[in-house]
Design a protein around this ligand. Structure first.
Ligand SMILES: C[S@@+](CC[C@H](N)C(=O)[O-])C[C@H]1O[C@@H](n2cnc3c(N)ncnc32)[C@H](O)[C@@H]1O
Length: 181
């Protein structure tokens, strides 16, 4: 985006991640702001962006009922929100963190929101489709697309939660596109 003449700004709540990002900026000859902040409370003005993008950042690590309103605040009317999350079926079929999903539903779909795992202290957030649509609409977004990603022919297994066979049958990653009215 920076090379295309746009003006990206990156937000992360981890100093270590921002230090890595700074290193990559130096390596690839790029320079744009890297801001240390929580995605639910970004220290930037209302309506300052045309696009907000999260790829497994706030989109899974923050409560959507906090970060979606913040994304709506930061976007101009007509602005686009794109975010990538784990597939909804995947989150119902994984036995534990870092264990491949099977073909049985292990937890209820209704009420899915906050996920905690027995093996560590991490918490992540996943909603059902209707809840996503209602939350986006309540914050002034129109849903434009939900892209259910599928492995290409000849793909090699690389996903930590889904085998190739699983992800050919069910979506293991989903990309939402919404536009602020
Ligand atoms: C799996 S990484 C993906 C990041 C990005 N897509 C990338 O490729 O570098 C998740 C990131 O979300 C950040 N994160 C977690 N909670 C956050 C929060 N509340 N606000 C901002 N960033 C957060 C983590 O520090 C981490 O850098």
């Amino acid at each position: 985006m920076a090379r295309r003449g746009e003006h990206p700004v990156a937000i992360d709540s981890s100093r270590a991640q921002l230090a890595s990002a700074r290193g990559f900026q130096r390596e690839f000859g790029l320079d744009f702001p890297l801001i240390l902040a929580e995605g639910e409370h970004v220290p930037l003005a209302d309506a300052s962006f045309d696009v907000a993008l999260s790829e497994y950042g706030v989109s899974i690590w923050c409560d959507p009922y906090s970060w979606v309103p913040e994304a709506a605040r930061l976007l101009r009317p007509g602005g686009e929100l794109v975010f990538v999350v784990n597939g909804t079926f995947l989150m119902l079929c994984v036995p534990d963190e870092d264990v491949l999903a099977g073909d049985q539903l292990l937890r209820p779909y209704f009420g899915m929101h906050r996920f905690e795992w027995p093996e560590d202290e991490s918490v992540d957030f996943h909603l059902g489709y209707g809840d996503w649509i209602r939350l986006l609409r309540a914050n002034g977004f129109d849903v434009e697309d939900l892209v259910e990603l599928r492995p290409q022919e000849g793909a090699v297994p690389s996903h930590r939660l889904a085998s190739l066979d699983w992800s050919r049958r069910w979506p293991c990653e989903e990309a939402w596109k919404a536009r602020k009215r």
